[in-house]
Ligand binder design. Structure first.
Ligand SMILES: C[S@@+](CC[C@H](N)C(=O)[O-])C[C@H]1O[C@@H](n2cnc3c(N)ncnc32)[C@H](O)[C@@H]1O
Length: 265
């Protein structure tokens, strides 16, 4: 749905089709007031998803507010790739870790698609985790949420995953200073990633092998022009069988790699 359709279906409490087929819909006083409040916030640049408090990801509904990044369409490619790989691996109950879960969109969508999977999700932000828990409830899935600075909370646990997935913060300092106004409503913590935007890839890649089982996979989303650089870091850390996947705009957006033989963790 486009933004106008999103707002009108919300205000009129109807589906998209009714907007076009039902010619007798009237706004009335309360709904006019609600529409006017929504438009005032939108004019100030606030993303429509925050104003409505919800968004759709992989056909599922998620609550969103300024505690979390708004799930992006590119991230659906990340999730679809991970699900397809997990199915190919043929493990009855694969163990998955979503690092930097935010709204929980990745973890929830995987858990929904693979009901027997053992899905874990972490974030450093307690407030993001609160919302992610609500989204797991809303979508009726069980996820083990943990508050952690990347892998820190796992150090004492002897746990190995079949797949570690992450859409980490990847905005460089320079890019952050020139972001569109709408993005300034989203949490800095979800965006900023050091001078070159690669800080989180370095941190995750250098630690991930210790938390991956044999044949374990690491899969990331990355920003524009970052794929080649992330590939280099993966190769330096002896990950192999690297695969790059493009998004709808032909930009290399997803990278997947297998834990190398030298990396036994
Ligand atoms: C780009 S957002 C991705 C959110 C969500 N996974 C998605 O794809 O929409 C990155 C997330 O990483 C979290 N984060 C930032 N620094 C972190 C850290 N050191 N450890 C764990 N999570 C972190 C942020 O709070 C944010 O929720």
């Amino acid at each position: 749905m486009n933004e106008v359709e999103l707002v009108l279906t919300h205000v009129l409490n109807c589906n998209r089709l009714s907007l076009y087929l039902n010619k007798d819909m009237h706004l009335g006083k309360d709904k006019s007031m609600l529409l006017s409040l929504i438009l005032k916030r939108r004019i100030l640049g606030e993303p429509v998803q925050y104003i409505l408090g919800k968004t759709e990801f992989m056909g599922l509904e998620f609550k969103v507010d300024n505690r979390v990044l708004i799930p992006r369409p590119e991230t659906e490619i990340l999730v679809e790739t991970a699900i397809s790989q997990l199915k190919q691996m043929g493990i009855a109950s694969p163990k998955i870790m979503d690092l930097g879960t935010g709204s929980g969109c990745i973890a929830v969508a995987i858990a929904k698609s693979l009901p027997r999977a053992d899905v874990w999700a972490s974030d450093i932000s307690i407030s993001a985790l609160q919302l992610a828990r609500e989204n797991a409830c809303l979508n009726n899935v069980e996820i083990k949420f943990i508050q952690s600075d990347l892998f820190d909370a796992l150090k004492s646990k002897n746990v190995k995953f079949d797949l570690i997935i992450s859409n980490p913060p990847y905005v460089s300092t320079e890019e952050f200073n020139s972001l569109a106004k709408e993005i300034s409503f989203e949490p800095e913590l979800a965006l900023k990633a050091g001078i070159d935007g690669l800080d989180f890839y370095r941190l995750i890649i250098t630690q991930a092998a210790a938390y991956l089982g044999d044949n374990g996979l690491l899969i990331f989303e990355e920003g524009i022009n970052q794929a080649v650089l992330v590939k280099e870091i993966l190769e330096q850390e002896s990950f192999d069988q690297l695969i790059l996947i493009k998004d709808y705009n032909n930009i290399e957006r997803i990278i997947m790699a297998k834990k190398g033989l030298f990396k036994n963790g």
